[in-house]
Write a protein of this length. Structure first.
Length: 219
C-alpha cells in the first residue's frame, strides 16, 4: 500500500513539475509551448487533487467527487447535476458516504465526509490507524476511550474547505506530518509534566489540509 501511495505521489508530482516548467520557459520566451490557459483554472486544480487522492489509494470517493466538480466546471451547463448529486446524497447518506457508525470499536477506521458534520467515537483497545477525509464539512473524532497498538499507528488525513478535530489523551505520543496549504493543523493539548508518554506506541497524523484547519485537543 505504501509503495502504491508513493508511486501515485511521484506521478502527480511529475505532472505538476512539467506544467510549471512549461509555463516558465514559455513566459521567458525560451520556447513557445503555447501552454493552454485551462491548465491553471480552478477546475483543473480540483481534478489534479482528485487524481492525487485516487492514485494515493486513499479517499477514492473524495477524489471522484473533486474530479466530477472540476469536470462540471468546464461544462457549466451540467451544473444542475451537482444539485442532483447533493439530493441523492441527502437521501442515501445514512447508507453510503458517511461510512461507519457513530461509535466504532474497529482497530482501523475509515471516515469520508461531504457537506456534512460528523462526530465519531473510537473505542478500539488496539487502534492501528485510520483514514479521515472531509470536504465542505467538519469532523470530530474522539479517542478518549481508545488504546493504541504497539508501534507507529498512522491516520491518513485530507481536509478541503472543512475542519477536523481529534480528541486525544494527553499521555499519547503524537507526531504531526500534515502539510497545510492555506490552512493549519496543530496539537493544542495541555502539557502535563507529570504524565509519561509510552515510547513504544505512537500516533502519526499524515496528509494535507487545503483551505482548512485542524487540531488535536484533550476535550
Amino acid at each position: 500500500m505504501e509503495h502504491q501511495r508513493n508511486h501515485g505521489n511521484i506521478i502527480i508530482g511529475l505532472i505538476l513539475i512539467l506544467i510549471g516548467v512549461a509555463y516558465l520557459v514559455d513566459n521567458y520566451g525560451i520556447f513557445n509551448f503555447n501552454v493552454p490557459n485551462f491548465l491553471f483554472r480552478w477546475e483543473t486544480i480540483l481534478i489534479i487533487i482528485g487524481l492525487f487522492l485516487l492514485f494515493s489509494n486513499h479517499f477514492k470517493t473524495s477524489g471522484i467527487i473533486l474530479i466530477i466538480i472540476g469536470f462540471i466546471g468546464f461544462f457549466p451547463k451540467l451544473w444542475p447535476l451537482i444539485l442532483v448529486g447533493i439530493g441523492l446524497y441527502l437521501i442515501f447518506k445514512n447508507k453510503s458516504f458517511v461510512k461507519g457508525k457513530n461509535i466504532s470499536s474497529a482497530d482501523y477506521f475509515n471516515i469520508e465526509n461531504f457537506l456534512h458534520g460528523c462526530i465519531r467515537k473510537i473505542t478500539s483497545q488496539n487502534l492501528s490507524g485510520g483514514e479521515v477525509a472531509t470536504i465542505f464539512g467538519s469532523c470530530k473524532i474522539d479517542f478518549k476511550n481508545a488504546q493504541l497498538a504497539e508501534g507507529e499507528n498512522i491516520i491518513e488525513l485530507f481536509a478541503m474547505f472543512g475542519s477536523v478535530v481529534l480528541i486525544v489523551p494527553s499521555d499519547w505520543s503524537v507526531e504531526i506530518r500534515v502539510e497545510p496549504i492555506f490552512g493549519g493543523f496543530r496539537d493544542r493539548r495541555k502539557v502535563e509534566p507529570q504524565l509519561v508518554q509510552d515510547p513504544t506506541k505512537k500516533l502519526v497524523i499524515k496528509g494535507f489540509v487545503l483551505f482548512s484547519g485542524g487540531e488535536i485537543k484533550t476535550a
